[in-house]
Design a binder for this molecule. Structure first.
Ligand code: SF4
Ligand code: SF4
Ligand code: SF4
Length: 254
């Protein structure tokens, strides 16, 4: 039931993407920055950072339209992917984007205001031919990369939003905030590996259970591992950070 609800939300979100695209767009935030304006998309990225402190990457598991597309692609390529290597590409893209954003605000002489509906004159993102091109380009990019690389391939290597949530997650860990996480009971685990097979983010859940649960910013809190575990060894719950989690954090940073 939980997974049906989650997928329904993701597919509705994907269906609404022609309306919401600008609110997730790095280009819209850049265009606004060069006019000294904070676009709605930049505010959303900020919200992802702030909510990431407690809810980590839940956006990616439960709301993002591209997650809906990625889950559709999984039936075509369900291979686990080399997350650490792909993440390097993502951070290069992210750094360039942030630098251009900063240059935009500097050239514009600072921040002059907020424009929630920047480039969205009629409340709908895709409302003219050029925006259809952008819309199909984004869909094709995510589709092709995910089919070519494997599970959530595009998410790992090109997503400009994930770094905000990952940064929020790490800050939450640093300040010992209560966080929604997947907890595991090593005593119940029979090392069957079903959690590893089903995890959309290619996390070695089976290994992380030995340390008390999943503690990395890649977890999108989809709970597929929880629902797939035959021994009910996994649970999603809100909790403070344990020493084991800090250990995993170190591993992730390496
Ligand atoms: S990584 Fe990016 S594109 Fe993928 S689900 Fe998360 S926010 Fe969406
Ligand atoms: S699915 Fe459950 S029992 Fe199997 S390896 Fe994962 S946590 Fe252990
Ligand atoms: S570890 Fe579990 S909750 Fe996290 S992304 Fe993988 S399957 Fe989803």
């Amino acid at each position: 039931m939980r997974q049906k609800t989650r997928r329904t939300i993701l597919f509705i979100s994907l269906f609404l993407f022609p309306i919401t695209m600008n609110f997730l767009s790095p280009y819209v935030s850049l265009d606004a920055a060069f006019q000294g304006l904070i676009a709605g998309s930049l505010l959303l990225f900020l919200a992802q950072f702030l909510t990431g402190m407690i809810f980590g990457r839940a956006w990616c598991g439960w709301i993002c339209p591209m997650a809906g597309l990625s889950e559709l692609c999984e039936s075509l390529n369900s291979k686990n992917v080399p997350v650490r290597t792909l993440r390097v590409i993502r951070y290069v893209i992210f750094t360039i984007w942030m630098l251009v954003l900063a240059v935009g605000f500097i050239l514009a002489g600072g921040i002059h205001g907020i424009d929630l509906l920047h480039l969205t004159e009629h409340g709908v993102s895709v409302d003219e031919p050029v925006k259809y091109i952008i819309y199909y380009f984004v869909l094709s990019l995510f589709f092709i990369l995910t089919i070519a690389i494997g599970k959530r391939g595009a998410c790992h290597c090109v997503c400009w939003m994930a770094p905000f949530m990952a940064a929020g997650y790490h800050l939450g860990v640093k300040f010992h905030m209560p966080q929604l996480r997947i907890h595991g009971d090593d005593k119940l685990c029979i090392q069957c590996g079903k959690c590893n097979q089903i995890c959309p983010m290619s996390i070695d859940v089976r290994d992380q259970v030995k340390k008390g649960g999943v503690s990395c910013s890649d977890c999108v809190l989809c709970s597929q591992c929880v629902d797939a575990c035959p021994r009910k060894a996994l649970h999603i719950r809100m909790a403070g950070i344990a020493d084991a989690d800090r250990h995993c954090m170190k591993e992730e940073e390496e």
